[in-house]
Design a protein around this ligand. Structure first.
Ligand code: PLP
Length: 420
């Protein structure tokens, strides 16, 4: 435990964090280059089918080494198109994580699929390969892998399981633009891989997404769902669907595409800054007993979000009271992060089967969801503390954050407890 003589702010001491945080944490960073890129599209009058979209797709293909790329109006629709492309059909089971944004899971229902939640493993908060294997049945068709907060999941084992059981992988790389796993870019592991470019993401477009794959059949299936305008250019029979598509319109707006393309030019530089800052603070927090999910030698993570793991058993101070005390220091920390999906009413109250249009009744459920399932995920999720990811911070602010932790943890016994 750290030794600090100064009192925490919550006990009457001075606030540790006094430096301005608005600029340090401002995201997205919009430059005149971004403004010009968007203006160019706006002034062209070509607001719906501008060639910038093709350039953005080429850039993503190049970065990930994929053969096909299709931009989408958001990451959620790219996931739906991806699940449609890999052929998820009524009653197919899809293994998914519970601690993720709902978009990784809910589109499964709109293919008539059955999400089956599996545990997370503790090192990268990706799907636990052992639990994935336990959850496989003869109905399992696919696995949705999410690189949570920018930490690459354990791809060697997950890919091996997928091969062994002939399952497809949908790789949700929404948090992990620019990350690598054993030297290979994230976004290159799925049968279909997707990125979100929503406004908070590492390559923001406002709203936007992209789907990547190497298989022409998957590519054509994906565009059949939401890109009718591309079907006419195909050689295959899919061109006969050009007059209708398959009922969705998922095209990305070129002004958003222009912003994403411009932001992509800065991605590596900005990731490097976030990494430098988060790694710097992580090393200090590790000294105080927190676990910080630093990149390993083999895996280069990125910091879409900066979460650290806190073990309240080490200090006796509940995480919620730690967060309160840190907030009193001026720290922008919160706990915990994601509401676990398997505990949400849409699953626990049977609404999911109606959305999936599956003939489940209370007497004859196709699958049941127990909020008490996934004890490791639940316990793990409750130990996470979210910090800013410091896209433009200097070390002085990071030192103040470290000092805030140091003071609070040194006085763990005296920090007021919230009553339950
Ligand atoms: C893990 C994950 N997957 C998918 C999405 C969906 O992306 P979008 O918001 O672009 O629809 C998000 C986030 O927003 C996300 O965090």
């Amino acid at each position: 435990m750290p030794i600090a003589t100064e009192l925490p702010a919550i006990l009457g001491g001075n606030q540790a964090i006094t430096l301005d945080q608005d600029e340090a944490n401002k995201w997205p960073i919009i430059s005149t280059h971004d403004e010009q890129a968007v203006l160019d599209v706006l002034r062209s009058g070509d607001l719906s089918l501008h060639p910038i979209i093709g350039e953005l797709e080429e850039a993503y293909k190049e970065r990930t080494g994929r053969k096909f790329a299709v931009t989408h109006n958001n990451g959620t629709s790219a996931i739906l198109a991806g699940l449609h492309a890999i052929g998820i059909e009524p009653f197919d089971e899809v293994i998914v994580p519970s601690a993720t944004w709902w978009s990784s899971v809910m589109p499964v229902l709109h293919c008539g699929g059955v999400p089956v939640f599996a545990e997370l493993e503790p090192t990268s908060l990706g799907l636990d390969p052992e639990d994935v294997e336990r959850k496989i049945t003869d109905k399992t068709k696919a696995i949705v892998v999410v690189h949570l907060f920018g930490m690459p999941s354990n791809m060697d084992e997950l890919v091996e399981i997928a091969k062994k059981y002939n399952l497809k992988i949908l790789e949700d790389a929404s948090h992990a633009h620019g990350a690598t796993y054993k030297g290979q870019p994230i976004g290159s592991f799925g049968d279909v891989s997707i990125f979100s470019m929503q406004g908070n993401k590492l390559c923001p477009s406002g709203e936007g997404g992209i789907l990547l794959c190497d298989d022409e059949i998957l590519y054509e299936s994906a565009i059949r769902l939401g890109h009718y305008e591309r079907l006419l250019n195909l050689e295959s029979e899919n061109k006969y669907f050009a007059a209708t598509g398959f009922g969705f319109k998922f095209r990305m707006a070129p002004m958003a595409g222009a912003l994403a393309y411009s932001q992509l030019q800065k991605l590596d530089e900005r990731n490097a800054k976030r990494n430098k800052n988060c790694e710097y603070l992580s090393r200090k927090l590790e000294e105080f007993g927190l676990e910080t999910f630093l990149s390993t030698g083999e895996t280069q993570r990125v910091y879409f979000e900066f979460l650290v793991r806190y073990d309240a058993k080490k200090t006796g101070l509940p995480i919620i009271d730690l967060a309160n005390a840190l907030q009193s220091e001026g720290a922008l920390v919160t706990a915990p992060r994601y509401p676990l999906l398997h505990q949400q009413p849409v699953f626990t109250h049977g609404v999911w089967s109606k959305l999936a249009r599956l003939p489940a009744t209370e007497e004859n459920p196709i699958h049941t969801y127990d909020p008490m399932d996934l004890p490791n995920t639940t316990a793990g999720n409750g130990c996470l503390l979210k910090l800013p990811s410091f896209p433009s911070s200097d070390t002085a602010l990071l030192d103040q954050y470290a000092f805030a932790f140091e003071k609070v943890l040194a006085h763990a016994n005296d920090i007021p407890r919230t009553e339950n």
